[in-house]
Design a protein around this ligand. Structure first.
Ligand code: MRU
Length: 357
């Protein structure tokens, strides 16, 4: 359980994106990292929804954990007898914050099931316990998948990653970065190229910061440099996270992931996705069914509050893209590494997740 003072002291604590403390949700403000380490305190579910929408907390698994605490917070702050309506509003509000990351719906569905099964005055306590369970289980799942991922990648030392799929994006350990962490523990030669990841700079700001804290050598490149480095023979493998994985193995992840996968194929470099089974959405049969979040174009035309494009210039900001399964060497989960034939392999891992739960 990640309560009271977990962030202080231990390394994982320092990189912990979300905490339940003193009856409120505390978030490490990822919009301010790495220049400032500030905490945003959420007193209401509306605060939590705003924090997710504005990317104070981001990354599919971290969004799921935060939403779970936000839902519990709605029960804690509900007036006597108003839990049911508060919780139904909280579910809809939280679900509307980010459309692509399926961990959000996964966590909220789990929380709602607990609320519906609670006919007692202790609904808030039960929801808090469930949120803490989601948090702890997510952390453990990432540790397991990291172990399996390190086995799958064994011997490869120069790893490229995109966006941020580390402790900050998860329950505090990491998926793609979890795999890299474990690999680096086993082989001191491991080093990372981190795509800067325009426009939010999750790679330059967050991945590079996490890896520095963890003592793993990291070199930041702009997104467009990846092909050149692959061509020069400087990349041994690519590992990225995921926001939603369809039943056929297509993967939605941060915009730019698809281009990397195509480049990796051209250069015969294995392209791996690391994600817990809570990121698999069996209801999406193929990547074309995954909703892609379109964010405000001003995130493209402005940089750090400064207008960088001509006034009035049109811009688009699809925040994710879909990588077809045919470009992927393996999807690393806590229950094993899915490979082609994808449907069969993924269905096996998901049913294992259901039977374990
Ligand atoms: O828009 P973001 O920062 O929430 O997008 C995050 C990503 O795309 C991550 O790569 C993905 O969620 C995996 S996080 C373990």
């Amino acid at each position: 359980m990640f309560v009271e003072d977990e962030r202080a002291g231990a390394l994982d604590g320092a990189l912990q994106p979300v905490l339940w403390r003193n009856g409120r949700v505390e978030l490490l403000d990822q919009t301010r990292l790495p220049s400032a380490q500030e905490t945003v305190v959420c007193d209401t579910v509306q605060d939590v929804a705003h924090a997710i929408r504005s990317m104070v907390v981001r990354g599919a698994p971290a969004i799921g954990v935060t939403a779970a605490y936000g839902y519990a917070l709605a029960a804690v702050t509900a007036g006597p007898g108003s839990e049911a309506s508060e919780l139904s509003g909280a579910y809809d509000l939280l679900l509307s914050t980010r459309p692509t990351a399926v961990n959000l719906r996964w966590a909220l569905d789990r929380m709602r099931a607990v609320a519906e099964a609670s006919r007692y005055a202790d609904v808030a306590d039960r929801l808090l316990a469930e949120a803490a369970a989601i948090h702890g289980e997510s952390y453990e799942a990432d540790r397991r998948l990291s172990e399996l991922g390190a086995e799958a990648l064994g011997g490869r030392t120069r790893i490229l990653t995109h966006c941020n799929a580390g402790p900050l994006a998860t329950a505090g350990y990491g998926t793609a970065i979890g795999v890299i962490r474990r690999l680096a523990e086993l082989d001191s030669r491991v080093s990372v190229f981190a795509d800067e990841t325009r426009p939010f700079l999750q790679g330059a700001r967050l991945t590079a910061w996490e890896l520095s804290v963890l003592g793993i050598p990291v070199t930041i490149i702009t997104d467009g440099m990846a092909g050149h480095l692959m061509q020069q023979g400087e990349i041994d493998a690519v590992v990225v996270g995921a926001d939603r994985i369809a039943a056929n193995g297509d993967v939605a992840n941060k915009i730019g992931t698809y281009s990397l996968a195509v480049l990796a194929r051209e250069h015969d470099i294995p392209f791996y996705v690391a994600a817990p089974t809570s990121t698999i959405d069996p209801r999406c049969r193929a990547g074309s069914e995954i909703p892609i979040e379109e964010r405000d174009p001003s995130e493209i035309t402005m940089f750090a509050g400064v207008q960088v494009a001509p006034a009035g210039a049109q811009a688009r900001h699809p925040a994710f893209d879909v990588t077809p399964a045919r470009f992927i060497a393996g999807i690393i989960t806590e229950n094993g590494v899915a490979r082609r034939p994808w449907e069969e392999s993924i269905a096996g891992l998901v049913s294992e997740a259901v039977s374990v739960a």
